[in-house]
Design a protein. Structure first.
Length: 296
């Protein structure tokens, strides 16, 4: 309907501004988090290479290389070596614990040592910030010289977790605000500037919506505020069925009380005021509502 479209158009710029204000902190957080995350990942890779370097030194190899660190899954990295090596389980545990402790975001992780030839896991353990939850076995055993890859899976970082929580929380809040806005922006038969200057011609009757009057053969009939609001809804949609529930909702809901008999009473009063023109009738559409019928 024109009045509802005008109402929403008038509010559109405010809604757009609200959405923009809500998304500014989200966008800022996303960019800041990305920068912070990139730095954390780069620092983490240096620490992982250091783990490989110290393992080589422990095995007596001070010449071969630690190959580039691979990210094999989300929060999971792989350390691989140029040559074969041998290592003791407790040395690996101590080295990872000491070096990863330098990164406060990586204090919970799982380590698996994979044999390159058959991809079997030959050793593994889990370290937690709470030492009581550590899972460690076979301490003191030496693994024979072979080709190994070390997979280290880290617990999702606080940055990622907080970012997701913030985004989900912000989007939920945005959805709530949008719901409240559109709930409060339900169409009402109030007059816009254009409606206020228009005269509705209904058959031989002229309806002055602004001044709440019917002009019939130069005779004027006054309308009450409620009668005018009802007739305005019909005048904006002539010869179209208007649901009874919609009329009740738009006319009385803001007052907190909806009385079915009240609508019937006002429709009856409007019929009497329009009966001077037999071509204009407010008719009942059974099971649906009412229609302002205008016969040309």
């Amino acid at each position: 309907m024109p009045y509802s479209l005008n109402f929403l158009a008038g509010k559109r710029k405010y809604l757009f501004g609200l959405i923009l204000l809500l998304f500014i902190p989200i966008i800022c957080l996303a960019f800041n988090t990305d920068d912070s995350t990139e730095f954390s990942v780069a620092r983490r890779e240096v620490l992982l290479r250091r783990i490989g370097h110290e393992l080589l030194l422990e095995s007596g190899d001070n010449t071969s290389r630690v190959l580039p660190i691979k990210k094999i899954a989300e929060n999971e990295y792989q350390i691989s070596f140029e040559n074969e090596l041998a290592f003791k389980s407790d040395s690996l545990i101590n080295i990872t614990r000491r070096l990863l402790a330098k990164d406060p975001l990586d204090q919970d992780y799982v380590v698996k040592v994979i044999n390159c030839d058959n991809t079997n896991a030959v050793y593994g353990y889990a370290i937690s910030k709470n030492k009581k939850e550590d899972i460690i076995s076979c301490v003191g055993r030496r693994q024979p010289k072979a080709c190994y890859r070390i997979n280290i899976k880290l617990k999702p970082t606080i940055i990622t977790t907080e970012k997701n929580k913030y985004l989900l929380g912000s989007l939920s809040f945005l959805a709530f605000v949008g719901f409240v806005f559109f709930r409060s922006a339900k169409p009402k038969p109030t007059l816009s500037d254009n409606d206020a200057t228009n005269m509705f011609t209904l058959g031989s009757v002229v309806y002055d919506a602004k001044n709440r009057k019917l002009i019939i053969n130069e005779n004027t009939i006054e309308l009450t505020a409620t009668e005018s609001r009802i007739l305005l809804i019909f005048a904006l949609s002539p010869n179209k069925t208007i649901e009874r529930s919609r009329l009740q909702k738009e006319i009385w809901e803001d007052e907190g009380i909806i009385v079915g008999r009240s609508l019937d009473m006002f429709i009856s009063k409007l019929r009497k005021k329009l009966e001077f023109d037999p071509n204009i009738k407010i008719i009942v559409i059974r099971g649906k509502g009412y229609k302002l019928s205008i016969i040309s």
